[in-house]
Write a protein that binds this ligand. Structure first.
Ligand code: G3H
Ligand code: 13P
Ligand code: ZN
Length: 414
């Protein structure tokens, strides 16, 4: 196994920020990962465009794989298999305090502590972000907090304007918590049904960024846009052509993402687009290779999920999903994870001759295609890997952040 060589996200975001000051306005893609072929596809996409990148795993992804340590190993194995040497960070997406502390211990190079939920006041959010950041920085791990709630429709609830991030608070949030990055809610939302774009308020992005610039904070503190999938119609059409029943889908139009990076977003989160790409690929391949089910119990399981013979379960909520509405590959891979987890980890392909391996190769390819497309055409970061300086949060050595609940403490890294 190659020696771990994960970057924190700070030098990656710094490279994007420097490019922005030069008029290029690049941003870094942060791509969610759940299983090996997806990790390999993200890395392959980054290699094609020579881009820095962030691979991020949610609590759901970690529990799907049986632990954050397994995800970390999976990414390092994919890096070794691909002889990947570029700058990449492994980041926890939407962590809580417990999962963030776990990932800091389990070899992630970056964590998000999302203290912006309904049950948190701004003060709670400041405290928890500060606690996690102090622990993370001691180990050389970078952090992302969140301010505001993603506006738009989430879980059937429409969040109103009051849930946008308040730009006035942003510099103080960074100063009081020491966080390296901050997700600012500006009107995007998670998932494939984002609704109209009239809730998107790019002025919030510009205002947050200008305040950081005015305070000289922009080289160490960065803005993040969640819910950034573009939901390409071609993916949706392909899913529906091969048995899906998706309706009312829409994403963030590419011009909005481009304006977002122009105005100051440096990290864009993409999960849904990859889910759709992988699901489209799997549905089409199953339709075009009906014999594969006879040669592979694993392919048989996926086929059974798609045509409703095996119940489809949302792995996060445990609730049933209508087969035609599946977008999350964890739902169609769940029985495989239950029966043959090795097939979704790292080295199954080396030892098995199974049509399932062909499907995983296609999944990897479609992920690589979309990652490379977004890097080049939307995030404008092609070739930026060569401009990344350093790997860690060296700038934090000797820097003191005010602690909210005790004396200031000098923060170094292990
Ligand atoms: O923010 C949500 C991300 O898309 C991760 O989703 O928690 O279902 O893995 P997940
Ligand atoms: P999408 O659902 O738009 O891909 O958003 C992903 C995200 O914000 C992950 O944190
Ligand atoms: Zn998110």
């Amino acid at each position: 196994m190659a020696e771990p060589r994960l970057y924190t996200m700070v030098p990656l975001l710094q490279a994007a920020e420097r490019s922005s000051l030069d008029g290029r306005h690049a941003a870094i893609g942060a791509y969610n990962v759940n299983f090996y072929a997806q990790a390999a596809g993200i890395l392959e996409g980054l290699m094609r465009t020579n881009s820095p990148g962030i691979v991020q795993a949610s609590k759901g992804a970690n529990s799907f794989q049986g632990g954050a340590d397994k995800i970390q190993y999976m990414l390092l194995k994919a890096m070794a298999d691909l002889k990947y040497e570029g700058p990449v960070a492994l980041h926890l997406d939407h962590g809580d305090e417990k999962s963030a502390m776990q990932c800091i211990d389990d070899g992630f190079s970056s964590v998000m502590i999302d203290g912006s939920g309904n049950n948190f006041t701004t003060i709670d959010n400041l405290y928890v972000t500060q606690r996690v950041t102090a622990a993370a920085h001691k180990k050389g791990v970078s952090t992302e907090g969140e301010l505001g709630q993603l506006a738009g429709v989430e879980e059937d609830v429409v969040h109103e304007k009051s849930t946008y991030a308040d730009p006035v608070i942003v510099p103080a949030f960074f100063r009081m918590t020491g966080a390296d990055a901050l997700a600012i809610a500006y009107g995007t939302s998670h998932g494939p049904n984002k609704g109209k774009t009239d809730l998107v308020n790019l002025a919030i992005v510009g205002d947050c960024y200008q305040r950081l610039r005015n305070d000289g904070m922009n080289m160490y503190h960065f803005l993040v846009g969640h819910g950034s999938s573009t939901v390409p119609q071609a993916f949706v059409d392909r899913i529906n052509q091969y048995g899906g029943t998706l309706t009312g889908t829409s994403g963030v139009p590419e011009p909005i993402l481009k304006q977002g990076r122009y105005l100051g977003v440096r990290k864009f989160n993409i999960d849904t687009d990859l889910r759709l790409a992988m699901t489209a690929e799997a549905r089409q391949w199953l339709a075009e290779n009906p014999d594969a089910v006879h040669h592979s119990p694993l392919v048989g399981m996926i086929s059974g999920i798609f045509d409703g013979r095996i119940p489809a379960i949302d792995t996060k909520s445990g609730k049933a999903v209508e087969p035609g509405k599946i977008t999350d590959p964890r739902s169609w891979l769940k029985p495989i994870m239950d029966a043959t987890p090795a097939a979704l980890r790292e080295d199954y392909h080396e030892t098995h001759d199974d049509p399932f391996i062909e499907l995983m190769g296609l999944v990897r390819g479609t992920v690589a295609d979309h990652v490379a497309y977004l890097n080049k055409e939307v995030f404008n970061n092609q070739g930026l890997a060569d401009k990344v300086e350093g790997r860690s949060i060296d700038h934090l050595v000797g820097v003191a952040f005010p602690k909210l609940d005790s004396e200031p403490e000098v923060i170094g890294h292990a």
